[in-house]
Design a protein. Sequence first.
Length: 681
Amino acid sequence: MQDTSQNRTAVLGTQNVALSSLVDGGTKTVYGVAYSPDKRTLATVGLDGALRLWNITDPVHVRLWTPPLTGHRDKVMWVAYSPNGHLVATAGSDHTVRLWDVTDPAHARSAGPPLLGHSDIVFSVSFSPDGHTLVSTGADRTLRLWNVTDPAHATPIGQPLIGSHTDAVASATFSPDGRTIASSGHDHLIQLWNVTDLANPTPWGQPLAGHSDTVYATAFTPDSRLMASVSNDHTVLLWDVSDPAHPARLGHPLAGHTDTIFAVAFNHDGTVLATAGADQTIRLWNLSQPADPVPLGQPLTGHTGYIYWLAFSPDGQTLASVGADSMVRLWHLPATVLIGHTSYVNGVAFRRDGKVMASASTDRTVRLWDTADPRRPKPLGPPLTGNTKAVNQVAFSPDGHTLASAGRDGTVWLWDVADPRHAVAWPEPVSGNSQAVTEVAFTPDGRTLAAAGADGVVRLWNVTNREHVTPAATLLGHREDVTWLAISPDGHELAASSSDDTVLLWDITDPGRPGQARRLTVNTGGVRCVAFAPDGRYLATADSDHTVRLWDVSGTGTPQQIGAPLTGHTSFVYQVTFTRDGTTMASTGQDGTIRLWDVHDPAHASPVGPALTTHTAAIDGAAFNPDGTVLATASDDRTIQLTPMDGQEAARRICADTAGVLTPQRWAQHVPEAPFPVSCG
């Protein structure tokens, strides 16, 4: 595709959302889906009673390993893989459970005779973590345990589990530690079963009440400490089951679905929950704070009928969904949406080489991220804890060896991050501000640290000796809190923005003896952020009147506004930042959008395409990586997003992740500004 700025912006907005490819499920309705542990095969079952095994080693050319496997005499409701991937179990409306040998999926076959015992529809099957036991549930109000160690001669274990449910048992699942089975009922209840002694399973306690209608399914996190349940009452409930004998509800019901929820699944590390149902949407939930989950991105849409089940791939990178529209959708989840913080993410900063990024959060922590490959960022080491209240911002020293964090507790913590996997705090935090420290910035020589406060004061610190940080100067002049600091590229001038509607620019050529400040008055209700362009000749302000302004600061007199205010945001603008070449500027704000601006000619700056809207809450911080190829944004939605600025790379991801979906017609509908990429054809 032609890589114009308009085209590039049109596709950049897709990079932090899940994109799906399609597989025709081969039957009118698909009820169940499961990944093999090696991620090479996807199993589906449905209305036609067949088991299909899909070869997904090449996600662009998904095909069946073998013709559909038949044996059930009616529709199949559920499918599950054994932990070693050698067996598949299916639950049928013909009152039977069947086992299939899928050791070689290209030569899959029945593993033995059907398992008989249920007197009505079998709704679900689940393997124990060791693969030796299977639990099945049905409309006959029972759970049955099966010894499947020898699948050709599977046998029942004891008597059916009855009595806890007074209506059909919709599903049951083993906890990953193998100690518990959770069963969900049409009687609105969940029962936790103690199966530490399979010969004598017993309830851990009384059934769990909380839903007001049928409970269709439950799922456990990999550590077995958290359980989610979904229901016909349109809600998701979370339960602390770390002690299954004393389970407890966590937080409030997760609301958002507008109809019955059938499906629930956790990802591989338990940080993301997926739910889906009759409203034809999939919702993802960020569980970094299990007692207070928040939506992760916008709902995923595309199915045209009820969604009956979901399955995460073993690595958590893909989510499969199936439903009444006969389609299997494979959702390719973006690796560039980072979760881990348990509250608002207030700021981000890159190390000078771009290989490490730091983030600051209201959860009182700083996190470090490996961004050497920004398409696959990874956490680096444990969170850094020092500030006792929210961390407002972070900044790297020019050599990348030191990180400063500004805290609402009035302190600045300095960290040795030469080895970012093993960051070490300097001996003592820096204090001096009487209120919160709002922002920090290093001079280009790394010898001085500037810290701004909610008390309206900017303090300069000599940080050449980590054992003895000393004050260099105190800068006064603002009447309200200082919101942001920016130091000119040559290190000679420091700009401080404030809620008092001004920016003060101090000459800090000699940090111990700052010169008289120049005053820039904005008259917008407050300046939220200020940033120098890379050439140092002009700066940008993020303003409370929903605009961005550019100012000529090249002389020594009063700064003058350049051109008209840049409009487009619908609320406070929180952040402005430039690419290293100074041709592009990004702004973010309370409206949850990112806007890109062409500032080749500052007097005639213009928007570059539409706003990017992948965050779901206010965007507090933003930073380009040093080469300008990636924009990092920090949001109140508790995520950090890395957006590549390369339109060609973005288009390649779209093509790769939407196999079977993207056509020239669909492209024209959603991205009318850009021609259809030839590589998608």
